[in-house]
Ligand binder design. Sequence first.
Ligand code: AMP
Ligand code: MG
Length: 324
Amino acid sequence: MVEFEDFESYCMGTNIIQRIYSTNAKEIAILVENELKRLESLMSFYINSSDVGRLNLEAGQAQVLLSKETFEVIKKSKGYSELCNGAFDITIAPLVKLWGIFSKSQRVPSKNEIENILSLTNYKDIILNIEENSAKLSKVGQKIDLGAIAKGYAADRIIDIYKKNDVQAGFINIGGNVLTLGNKPDGSPWLIGIQNPFKIRGEFIGVVKISDETVVTSGDYVRYFEEDKIRYHHILDPRTGYPANSGIISATIIGKSSMESDALSTAIFILGLKKGMQLVNKINDAEAIFITFEKKIFVSDGAKEKFTFLDKSNEFEYIDETFL
Ligand code: AMP
Ligand code: MG
């Protein structure tokens, strides 16, 4: 049986873990690291020369030619926004900046500031030209941020690389976006832990069994700051301009496409249990695990056979209800 090797690296502002079952594992891991760097140079919000950087700089002014890939991710993003009534919206970027959640200047903005900036968030203001792969943001000051979807897109591309290089089995974990290839070589499915949102990394409330599938989690514990004992996290509700407050602290999608699952996990985190579950039930190849603020765990019907509740902390409650 082919042995595996694990590789760790850092890209797209997050940790990358690869497990590759192949005799050429090292070479393939390097190919993957280079591919991630390439995608980052196209889609990073922080690189002025990236597609995203150029589009943002020209907001309210010019149509910008984009790489086919970035164009595709933006086009899909608009589609996901429509699907979830705008809960997922990549034009959230000016608000993310206002809250400063990724910077040293994180703070709670005033109501006024939020109201002024909120009108810049509207995915309908992304004007696409399909013939020339170009886009324009309608208003001066508008910006996009692919932080809620680009890691998923990247994971899908990496699995393509594994397949092209005859990797027998493996997975890539891009900051919590896990995508698996095949089964484990012994024929058993992969087991992916679902993080306990209240504990340090690596403590789980359960595991998901998957093969050739992806598991993507959006959580309020991933990035946040605290002020007056209130947690201000990184997933913002485009309806209010404040961190989403739907009672969910962790939302996981199990699916086929890591890009779609990434967008959907962010969306259902914002929509909350009821609307989020309704959305998931409408979509083929998407199942969900919700953890509420009250430490209750709800899963979609199709996720029941994949999810095993294993809570060492004894603090969580698994609710075995059907949501239709
Ligand atoms: P994720 O961890 O995939 O849920 O993505 C969260 C990241 O996406 C945040 O760190 C922001 O950069 C960005 N973001 C925050 N709120 C939204 C939103 N409502 N729609 C799209 N992207 C968002
Ligand atoms: Mg996401």
